[in-house]
Every structure is written in structure tokens, then in C-alpha cells.
Design a protein around this ligand. Structure first.
Ligand code: F0G
Length: 376
């Protein structure tokens, strides 16, 4: 067979792609042990219609806005897959047979598929009644043991932390797991690789604080090694009913329609604050109405979709533009990136409520269909 020197290598996921950026703790086990579902390589969407929308709000706006579509991750449809390939690979390489996590839904779904790929058992502990159905069924479908508790995410995390403290055969794959951060930082690499430079602002939803921490690490590493000339300001957004970092105190009963980020006591609180402070950024909050307005707007303006929690980063940009006086300079020709963290199909209930307004149901006849077509 003729070997073509310049044939592109098949894409094998983020660990293969960014192997030299992984710490020795991961590199020691060798590439052949990697468990990948071809995650990463997600689209960076230039949201031109959204830019025009912002210009209508504020005529001096002439920045570029990009949306990192993390719902495209091939493992389970969220950014968690980047971290999970690393966490599950390491757990498997160290001979663990069982992984466990607490989750608002996406971590669980991701853990379930990667554990299945690795032939491991997966236990997920979820807040009953507060997980979007798409995510819940993913965990079931891929064979995880799904344990729903009558309590919130924070309680679930407390419980699984205790489990792994007592039972050493089980590996915790929540974002406290350091390998998760290493995997998730690759999203920042992809952005800089594509733009040729780091954006000036990066907007991101904040729940447990893992993702903002990971992006910040990625941007810093690229900067330190000379791949980019600057780091962005990290602009995190929490939901008003679940904004412990903004308020500076844990929220006992967090409440928000954005179930993925309904977290009152983030595990990566200090790291998220460090990302905010080191980047001269900020962490602010948007209410449910603003989140859902952004959720609807995203798909109205662009052929793009995401789950409600992801929309808070776009809600954040709108808030910053509407705010008077404006306290961050996002309008003057810079590049802004928002992470849209999870896929729209994860939350069909939200989609139905927002988008399916007046369903047309008629008799099954040519005439009836034509009547409707002609009527408008
Ligand atoms: N967006 C989505 C869709 C999420 O699922 C999460 C977190 C976040 C944003 C926030 O990211 O926690 O790193 O600050 N979901 C976790 C879970 C908590 O269990 O799926 P974070």
C-alpha cells in the first residue's frame, strides 16, 4: 500500500491532539492506554447576527463574538467529555474498576459513556427531579447505576466524597479530580489555535467552578509557552438563585431554571475565584428570565442551539452591553468568546416550552393542509 505522507491523520480526541500539553502524571501511562470517544474539535461559531443584535442595543459595538459549541462533543454532548476522557483513562490505567460522581446531569452522562467504553462500572448520584430528561436517560442508557437522592447537588457531592474516602476501589470523577481540569483546558487551546490569538474576553457559565478553572489554566499555559500574546479576562456567570461566588457565601437551597448550574457550594470555589482575579475578570449573575431570553435568542438569531444553562454566557454579554455605566470594554473591536457548554437535546422540556408555541394540528387531508399553507 502506498503511504501518502501528507494524508491527514484521523482525529483521535483531545488527549492525542494535545498530548505534549498533558502533565507527567498523565503522560507516564503512554498514549496506547487512552480511552477516547473522539471528543473535542468543536466548532467556534462566529455569531454575526448576534453581533448585529448587540449593535442595535449599543451602536458603538463592533467586536467579534464567537460561540464555542461544546454540545458537539462526541462522547455525550457536553464539555464534560474533554475532562472525562482524561479522568477515565487515568482511572482505568491505575486499575480502578468503579467510578462514581455527583452530578446535575452532564457529568453523569459523560461518566456513563466513558466508563462503558473502558468496561468499568459507573455510579451516579443525582438530585431527584432536577436533572434534564435527556441527561438522565443518557446515564440509564449507557448502563450507569443511577441513584437519585431527595436533596440537591451539593448534598450529592458531599455523599460521594464520603464514599470515595471510605472505599478506595472507587474513583471520583467530579471536577475535583485533577485530570478533569487537564482535559477541559484543551478547549482554550482550540480557541487560540483557531483565532490565532486569545480573545480579550471569555464568557462562561459557572456551576461547580471546574470549567472556568480549566479554561484559565489552558490560556495561561499557552501564554507561558509563547503560543499567545495575552490571556483573556474570564467573565463567569452564575444564576441569581445559585450564585454563591457572587454573594460570597454558600447558598443553602439553590434555585434556578438552569438546572445544570443549580449549585450552592461549588467544589472549585477558590480556583474559580483565582481565575477571576488573576485574569482581572469577574463573576456576575443573570436571572432565570435573562437566561431563558438568551436561550431563545441564540436559536432565533443563529442556526445554533444549546441547553438553557449554557445560554447564561450569552445572557452575560447582553447584560454587559446593557449595563450603564459599562464596566468592561467588550464593544471596541475586540474578540469575545462564549462557551455554550451543552447540547440543546439534553433538555427537550425547556425547548418545548420556549419554541413550540402554537402547534397546528388538523385533519389528515390535502385540503386541510393547503388551507393552513394559504392562510399565512
Ligand atoms: N454548563 C453545563 C451544561 C453544565 O452541565 C455545567 C456543570 C456547567 C455549565 C458549569 O460548569 O461546574 O465546571 O462550573 N455541570 C456539572 C454536572 C455540575 O454535574 O454536570 P462547572
Amino acid at each position: 500500500m502506498i503511504k501518502h505522507k501528507f494524508l491527514p491523520q484521523p482525529y483521535k480526541g483531545i488527549l492525542h491532539k494535545y498530548w505534549e500539553w498533558m502533565p507527567p502524571a498523565i503522560q507516564w501511562m503512554g498514549k496506547e492506554k487512552i480511552i477516547t470517544l473522539f471528543e473535542g474539535n468543536t466548532c467556534l461559531w462566529r455569531a454575526k447576527n448576534f453581533e448585529n443584535y448587540l449593535r442595535d442595543l449599543f451602536p458603538y459595538f463592533h467586536s467579534e463574538v464567537y460561540w464555542k459549541l461544546e454540545g458537539e462533543n462526541r462522547g455525550s454532548g457536553s464539555f464534560k467529555d474533554r475532562g472525562m476522557t482524561a479522568a477515565i483513562t487515568m482511572a482505568a490505567a491505575r486499575g480502578k474498576k468503579v467510578v462514581i460522581c455527583a452530578s446535575t446531569g452532564n457529568t453523569a452522562a459523560s461518566a456513563a459513556v466513558y466508563a462503558q467504553a473502558a468496561g468499568m462500572r459507573c455510579l451516579v448520584v443525582l438530585p431527584e427531579g432536577n436533572v434534564a430528561p435527556g441527561k438522565l436517560t443518557q446515564s440509564y442508557r449507557h448502563g450507569a447505576k443511577v441513584i437519585q437522592i431527595k436533596g440537591n447537588f451539593d448534598k450529592a457531592l458531599e455523599i460521594v466524597r464520603e464514599v470515595v474516602l471510605r472505599e478506595k476501589d472507587k474513583e471520583l470523577v467530579n471536577s475535583i479530580n485533577p485530570h478533569r481540569t487537564e482535559g477541559q483546558k484543551t478547549a482554550a487551546f482550540e480557541i487560540v489555535d483557531e483565532l490565532g490569538e486569545a480573545p480579550r474576553y471569555h464568557f462562561i457559565p459557572v456551576g461547580n467552578g471546574g470549567n472556568i478553572t480549566a479554561y484559565w489554566r489552558g490560556y495561561k499555559e499557552y501564554y507561558i509557552k509563547g503560543r499567545s500574546k495575552r490571556c483573556p479576562h474570564m467573565i463567569g456567570y452564575q444564576a441569581v438563585g445559585a450564585a454563591p461566588i457572587v454573594l460570597g457565601r454558600a447558598v443553602e437551597n439553590p434555585k434556578t431554571i438552569a438546572s445544570a448550574i443549580c449549585i450552592g457550594n461549588p467544589a472549585k470555589w477558590e480556583e474559580a475565584k483565582a481565575a477571576r482575579d488573576e485574569s482581572s475578570g469577574k463573576i456576575d449573575m443573570a436571572d432565570d428570565e435573562e437566561i431563558m431570553a438568551a436561550y431563545a435568542l441564540i436559536s432565533e438569531l443563529e442556526p445554533v442551539s444549546c441547553e438553557p444553562s449554557s445560554a447564561i454566557s450569552v445572557a452575560g454579554v447582553i447584560k454587559e452591553i446593557k449595563r450603564i455605566p459599562r464596566d468592561i470594554y467588550i464593544w471596541d473591536g475586540c474578540k469575545i468568546v462564549c462557551t455554550l457548554t451543552g447540547a440543546a437535546w439534553k433538555d427537550p422540556d425547556a425547548a418545548k416550552k420556549v419554541f413550540v408555541k402554537d402547534p397546528i394540528v388538523i385533519d389528515a387531508s390535502y385540503d386541510a393542509v393547503m388551507d393552513v399553507i394559504r392562510s399565512n
